[in-house]
Design a binder for this molecule. Structure first.
Ligand code: GLU
Length: 314
């Protein structure tokens, strides 16, 4: 593999929580232990949820822990801008390319219609789009456009996409059967996460993506998009999720486990030690600096399954 280029790509829609930090630390350790380049990209596409003050806070929280980055938010670099809200023109170019390939069509379905017309749900509850708007005539499209702004969908292939995740192993999906044509631009004009993340990872020459296991099932869609846009897909490492002591997934609503609360309770070294213990890098939680850990970071020790936080650790 050429020089490792990894990234952390958080969405600044609130204060970071322990789970985000866990993924960020692992992405950073992987890059630093290999002498690679770390990129910090703000995924602030959604104007309703993301705020600049959260992005600033996020960068501050990362630095507090002892993490740094060579390119990205507040630092700059040759592949900027590094906030997705400033990259709309670039996504428009990628969107046009897919349109020219004849793979994009407008979808006028409301959520209720999508649910009603969808094929059976996947086991995880995601609905599979039926393709209802794919065969609209020009006249029908014009009529529907008068009342509603469409979302835009990408046609998928009836072909299996498989890849080997560094932690989760072999994963495969037939996009047509397991997902259906998916949205790459929302009806409010905002480009969808799937398109933006792929365009950015490709254009920023990211060759390793480390992120939470909740995004594993987005990966076949992303590999498909990488290929269509002429990029080579990166290596993927989907790290375990941290579960709250009662077994629920951590979320931004878990205020007692967000960075504001954690910074009051822990030193950066103590918090890093805890995360490193969960990541299989230490036998017990003991204070350590991320830079120390990078010297002995070992992917083989990172567990694949989700980790329930022991309340006694906190
Ligand atoms: N922005 C996404 C999030 O914060 C992560 C995207 C990714 O790592 O691919 O959940």
């Amino acid at each position: 593999m050429s020089k490792l280029r990894g990234r952390f790509a958080p969405s600044p829609s609130g204060r970071m929580h322990l789970g985000n930090l866990f993924s960020g630390l692992l992405a950073w350790l992987s890059v630093r232990s290999a002498g690679g380049t770390m990129v910090l990209r703000m995924e602030d596409l959604d104007p309703d949820r993301c705020r600049e003050e959260y992005a600033r806070q996020l960068a501050d929280d990362l630095r507090w822990l002892g993490l740094d980055w060579d390119e990205g938010y507040q630092v700059g670099g040759p592949n900027g801008p590094y906030s997705q809200s400033e990259r709309t023109e670039l996504y428009a170019g990628a969107f046009r390319k897919l349109e020219e390939m004849g793979l994009v069509y407008p979808c006028f379905c409301t959520r209720a219609e999508r649910l009603a017309a969808s094929a059976p749900h996947r086991s995880d509850g995601q609905i599979i789009y039926s393709g209802r708007c794919k065969h609209l005539t020009e006249k029908e499209k014009q009529e529907l456009s008068a009342n509603r702004c469409p979302a835009w969908r990408l046609t998928v292939d009836n072909k299996e996409i498989s890849f080997t995740d560094k932690l989760q192993g072999e994963y495969r999906e037939n996009l047509q059967e397991d997902c259906g044509d998916f949205i790459i631009r929302r009806s409010d004009g905002v480009y969808a996460y799937q398109l933006a993340v792929v365009y950015d990872d490709g254009a920023m020459e990211i060759n390793q993506v480390v992120r939470g296991r909740d995004l594993l099932d987005s990966t076949p869609r992303q590999i498909y998009l990488h290929t269509l846009l002429g990029f080579r897909p990166p290596e993927f490492c989907h790290v375990p999720l941290l579960l709250a002591p009662d077994g629920r997934r951590l979320s931004k609503r878990e205020r007692d486990l967000d960075m504001g609360a954690l910074r009051q309770r822990f030193t950066p070294e103590a918090l890093t030690g805890l995360l490193a213990f969960w990541a299989g890098q230490l036998d017990r939680p003991e204070p350590v600096r991320p830079a120390e850990l990078a010297k002995r970071f070992d992917w083989a020790k990172v567990p694949g399954g989700d980790i329930t936080i022991d309340p006694q650790c906190l």
